[in-house]
Design a protein around this ligand. Sequence first.
Ligand code: PRP
Length: 180
Amino acid sequence: MADIQRVLLDENQLAQRVKELGTEISRDYAEGDLLLLGILKGSVIFLADLARAIHVPVDMDFIAVSSYGAGTSTTGQVRLLKDLEGPIAGRDLLIVEDIIDSGLTLSYLIEILQSREPRSIKVVVLLDKPERRREKIVPDYTGFTIPDEFVVGYGLDYAEQYRSLPYVGVLSPSVYQEQE
Ligand code: PRP
């Protein structure tokens, strides 16, 4: 696709790593009461694949927050757009994120969720961009550590586009420079 400068992670690399994460998570939660908590919308494709790679029973719930608007970098403002449907007290939560960038979204969410007294909270993230971190968040499970480039696909968007690409690609700067 012309808007993609290069493929960073292809379908095979993604599938292989998701399978490994699923195996590790299944082992760690063999005795647990696992609730996968997807952060809309970016995590949905990763969550759908990850859930099928986990071999212990899971429940799923979703929460929506927004920090980005249509641009490529965070505004620093996190808003809760949609809350979870069910209670989480006493549950083992595994927050499923597509990407951690500044860490602002996760630190805000973890604070909200902690106050509801789950038994445990862990984080699985497909992509980690540690160079951009503003909050001290270290995920419990990481798919790939990536450089500070604007990536789309496999759930990640730019202005709501590209989420359905089956790979993770670096967006051509010309795409967002046109908009700015
Ligand atoms: C993206 C991504 C993470 C967050 C990471 O969400 O899905 O939730 O930003 O950035 P941070 O670590 O700097 O907070 P976005 O607000 O773009 O919404 P989306 O998932 O609907 O695309």
